[in-house]
Design a protein around this ligand. Structure first.
Ligand code: FE2
Length: 294
């Protein structure tokens, strides 16, 4: 059965059928999914009973797996999942929900803010691939916003104003906006801000998009309050319901999204319940702008 994709939101998001992601894919299947990502920016798959090795193998169809180091405050000896897997569950190594005051949990609350994965890296992520191993019973939807449609809907004056702007992104900023500021010196060094263009152009389709993320802390050359008020205004524009799709998770769903063209966030859920979500990330190919040595 060939890969088929049905658009499930007025501006983006395709639901895919006719492909088993646990098996090696044919070249034509990979090409169909890549074309689907270019067009829809988010692809939804159901009933994919995948394990970690299969998920990493599927991910490598689209590029190298991003090195997950520097993306959170979990120490190597606290990891639940093997290298190459991003643990976005609420679980510790004992497979039980983290304690309320566990700083890893408090740090991970940042995932409830609109963001683009790894926008805090000099070479930001291309795709994220998220597998639902165990959903929670209420809440916990992941919402996606189409940054191409949001860009298209800006007025000409705003488009001209932001065209060449460059932002600084860091986990320090997103976590700081929630009041999480207790970071060690090593963590601060690992989370040093990087620069990203505010307007990106998709390398295949040529479509422009807003490269927004709660990791943004300032606009280069602007004062911080004026930076953040513009960014907040753009983020509010970009996350209007008409640009947003909410995914309600079922066990064994996989959702794959293009971080270059979308933002996402997870919604609140009952953290007393285990919620096992595992992400793999396809590394990007290049920085969006030249980095300046600090
Ligand atoms: Fe994320």
């Amino acid at each position: 059965m060939p890969v088929s994709i049905r658009q499930i939101h007025p501006v983006f998001v395709g639901e895919v059928s006719g492909v088993d992601l646990t098996r090696p894919l044919a070249r034509e299947e990979v090409a169909a999914l890549e074309a689907g990502m270019d067009q829809y920016a988010v692809l939804v798959f159901h009933d994919q009973r995948i394990d970690n090795d299969q998920q990493m193998a599927f991910t490598r169809n689209f590029g190298a797996i991003e090195n997950e180091r520097g993306g959170n405050i979990t120490r190597p000896d606290q990891r639940r999942l093997p290298p190459g897997m991003n643990d976005v569950s609420n679980l510790g190594q004992d497979s039980r929900p983290l304690a309320r005051d566990d700083r890893r949990r408090l740090f991970n609350l940042g995932n409830q803010l609109w963001h683009s994965d790894s926008s805090f890296r000099a070479v930001p992520a291309k795709y994220s691939i998220l597998s639902c191993r165990l959903p929670c019973s209420t809440g916990g939807n992941t919402e996606f916003a189409d940054m191409r449609a949001a860009y298209d809907a800006l007025d000409a004056r705003t488009k001209a104003e932001i065209e060449d702007l460059v932002c600084e992104h860091s986990l320090i900023y997103s976590r700081g906006s929630l009041g999480f500021t207790e970071l060690t010196e090593d963590e601060r060094a690992a989370f040093r801000p990087v620069r990203q263009r505010l307007v990106r152009t998709h390398p295949v389709t040529g479509r422009k998009s807003l490269y927004l993320s709660s990791h943004i802390g300032t606009i280069v050359g602007w004062l911080r309050p004026e930076s953040l008020s513009l960014i907040r205004d753009l983020a509010e524009h970009a996350t209007q319901p008409r640009f947003v799709h909410a995914h309600q998770w079922r066990q064994w769903d996989i959702v794959m999204w293009d971080n270059r063209q979308t933002m996402h966030r997870v919604r609140r859920f009952d953290e007393a319940e285990p919620r096992d979500m595992r992400r793999t990330t396809v590394a990007g190919d290049a920085p969006t702008v030249e980095q300046i040595a600090a």
